[in-house]
Design a protein around this ligand. Structure first.
Ligand SMILES: [Zn+2]
Length: 314
């Protein structure tokens, strides 16, 4: 515990009213310990470490308070504590799965913490960050607009596609212990999401048929989807993530040109990429739901996953 804090704490007479002052000093000292600048509502946002827990901070504050004043009552309830820091320290944020925060954003945020930067450098970095965020925001807006239009009319179809992380299946109870923890069956999942209807088709690739996640694999699966589920003559809008190995390459573009110019299957195909690092889109949501469902259910093989009664509906 910081010394100035202890002094201020002990000299406090009016406890009921003084709790908030103590809390302010306490949190400011904590922020000094984390080597963060004094947060204010006008500054840039700072992300706390992943293991950080506000509830733990509240418990620590209460324990320290009790130690100092030999009391056994909580000086402040969890909800008041929560309201206090969200109001006064609102630039301190915690990362969660919904936070749209990429490596570039993180790099600039960390650079901005450096106190030796001149004003000009700070301005430059802030400008870079704002430009990047503005690009990401515009890309996201365009994507949402396409989704909205696709849901309203049938002239164009919007598809987004991506690979999921590998799915690990559970082991049978009878599996010998030497294999039990080492070898869970891996299944790869490639999803093509129709943004208009928000129905996703998942292609499952079993471990024994594993193929490199290259243009060959992506285009084969995408072609299967287009040939079977996309009507002839509609405009096609495709959304892919930024991976050059999978989508941004000299095979994908000729394939799409082939569909338009040679087969004359579609009058127009647009291919879009979201800004690198901010690529959470349709398929990711579906993958999340599927994985949650797999965790809850008993799935031992790819057969349990597919089929009309399987988890991943055809
Ligand atoms: Zn970013």
């Amino acid at each position: 515990m910081n010394e100035t804090f202890n002094n201020k704490w002990k000299s406090h007479k009016n406890l009921e009213e003084g709790v908030y002052n103590l809390l302010e000093v306490y949190l400011k000292n904590k922020i000094k310990q984390w080597k963060m600048p004094n947060p204010s509502s006008t500054g840039p946002e700072f992300y706390l470490p992943a293991n950080f827990n506000w509830k733990k901070e509240w418990r620590e504050f209460v324990e320290n308070y009790r130690l100092c004043f030999h009391g056994d009552k909580d000086p402040i309830s969890w909800s008041s504590f929560y309201n206090y820091y969200t109001k006064h320290f609102d630039t301190l944020k915690k990362l969660n799965h919904k936070t749209d925060y990429c490596n570039f954003c993180c790099k600039i945020h960390v650079q901005l913490l450096n106190k030796n930067l001149s004003n000009e450098e700070i301005e430059n970095k802030k400008m870079l960050l704002n430009e990047h965020l503005e690009n990401a925001r515009q890309a996201r807006e365009a994507y949402n607009e396409f989704r909205r239009l696709a849901a309203l009319q049938n002239q164009s179809i919007v598809l987004s596609f991506d690979f999921s992380e590998n799915i690990l299946l559970q082991n049978l109870q009878e599996t010998p212990s030497i294999f039990y923890f080492k070898s869970r069956r891996k299944i790869e999942m490639f999803g093509v999401n129709n943004e208009g209807s928000n129905i996703q088709m998942n292609y499952l690739i079993d471990e024994c048929f594993k193929t490199p996640k290259g243009p060959n694999c992506v285009i084969s699966l995408l072609d299967h989807y287009i040939q079977n589920y996309v009507p002839i003559g509609v405009n096609l809008v495709l959304y892919a993530d930024n991976s050059p190995a999978q989508n941004k390459n000299c095979t994908m573009i000729p394939y799409l040109s082939y569909l338009v110019k040679v087969l004359k299957r579609h009058p127009q195909i647009d291919l879009y990429f979201l800004i690198a690092g901010h690529t959470k889109f349709g398929p990711d949501g579906h993958f999340g739901n599927t994985k949650t469902e797999i965790k809850r259910s008993i799935c031992y093989s790819i057969k349990d996953l597919i089929g009309s009664e399987g988890l991943v509906q055809r």
